[in-house]
Design a protein around this ligand. Structure first.
Ligand code: SIN
Length: 323
């Protein structure tokens, strides 16, 4: 039988970070070490190969851009289409990992595993977490039946839909909220708690339209997030509308509620043609819609993921209008 390759794509992050002294877990520069070197730092990993490695980007993920996303999606699609590729692992910063995971799931919808992994400590740390996370991610990418975009951190597998960074320092920095993790990796073995995630049909259909157009788009539709809080007003919404914003995600209080002044501004924006979606700012749960809601809700997506979904929907719409 022909060898099945595992593809490792590097994009930067703390997993590739360097500090001047090994005791420093926070004063480091992210995205310094190449993906090849990261692989060599993991004892025993070479036995899991053969590998194909590629440095798609080298950045601190707080600076993630649409251009890098488009390039990453193109490389992921390229390798997914190869019959000799078993799965893909992507090394990524933790800060926007959940956005990239959602984006890739939405536009690539892989039937093979695409596993994002990361680290909370730089590669130069006394006890870096990156090598173990990388080893675990490879175990997931090799697992028979694994599919879809997932994130692996601290021995836990999270789905792209549910994963959220919930801690700025601890090694176990991610949560899947109410849904719970897909499973765990224990000494290279997977213990699954639920099925590999299915993608909600409506989301998949929306994204399907966008994939062909992504590479061709220079200007992505501008979608911003506005938050509801005590004393909120419509001022930011009004300023954004003047600037030509195309979509707004309202990070709402509780079950989709908004400060009345902000709500008025959002309804006006919507009446003027801006797409508005509500996503709860609560870390767990989802908005339970009420009959006659004037503003749509995100269907359980967090505000940052609802923003990605709205951008893709607008891209699809613009694309349809062009053809
Ligand atoms: C980043 O997101 O690139 C830096 C922070 C991290 O990876 O933990």
């Amino acid at each position: 039988m022909k060898a099945q390759y595992l593809v490792i794509l590097g994009t930067g992050g703390t997993i590739a970070g360097k500090a001047d002294n090994a005791g420093d877990n926070i004063g480091y520069t992210a995205a310094q070490v190449g993906v090849e070197q990261l692989l060599h730092a993991v004892p025993g990993l070479s036995e899991c190969g053969p590998f194909i490695t590629e440095q798609v980007a080298q950045l601190d993920s707080k600076d993630m851009s649409f251009a890098v996303w488009a390039q990453l999606a193109a490389r992921v699609n390229h390798f997914l289409a190869r019959p000799d590729v078993q799965g893909i692992v992507i090394t990524h910063g933790t800060d926007t990992l959940e956005e990239t995971a959602y984006f890739l799931q939405a536009v690539c919808r892989p039937s093979k595993p695409v596993v994002l992994t990361c680290a909370m400590r730089p590669a130069t740390a006394l006890a870096p977490d990156g090598p173990q996370n990388l080893l675990d991610a490879v175990a997931v990418a090799c697992h028979p039946g694994a599919r879809g975009v997932v994130a692996v951190c601290a021995g836990t597998i999270h789905s792209a839909f549910d994963v959220q960074k919930v801690h700025p320092y601890r090694l176990d920095a991610f949560s899947s909220g109410d849904a719970g993790p897909v499973g765990f990796i224990e000494e290279g073995r997977l213990k699954l708690s639920r099925n590999w995630p299915e993608w909600p049909i409506a989301q998949a259909e929306r994204a399907q339209l966008a994939i062909e157009s992504i590479a061709n788009w220079q200007d992505w539709p501008r979608v911003e997030i506005v938050m509801s809080y005590a004393g909120a007003s419509a001022a930011i919404v009004e300023a954004l509308v003047v600037q030509g914003v195309r979509g707004l995600v309202a990070a709402t209080t509780g079950n989709g509620t908004l400060h009345h002044a902000l709500q008025k501004g959002l309804l006006q924006a919507q009446a003027g043609g801006v797409k508005v979606v509500r996503a709860s700012r609560c870390i767990n749960g989802r908005i339970l819609p009420l009959p006659g809601d004037a503003l749509a809700d995100s269907g359980g997506l967090s505000p940052v993921k609802a923003r990605v979904a709205l951008m893709l929907a607008l891209l699809a719409e613009a694309d349809a209008a062009r053809t």
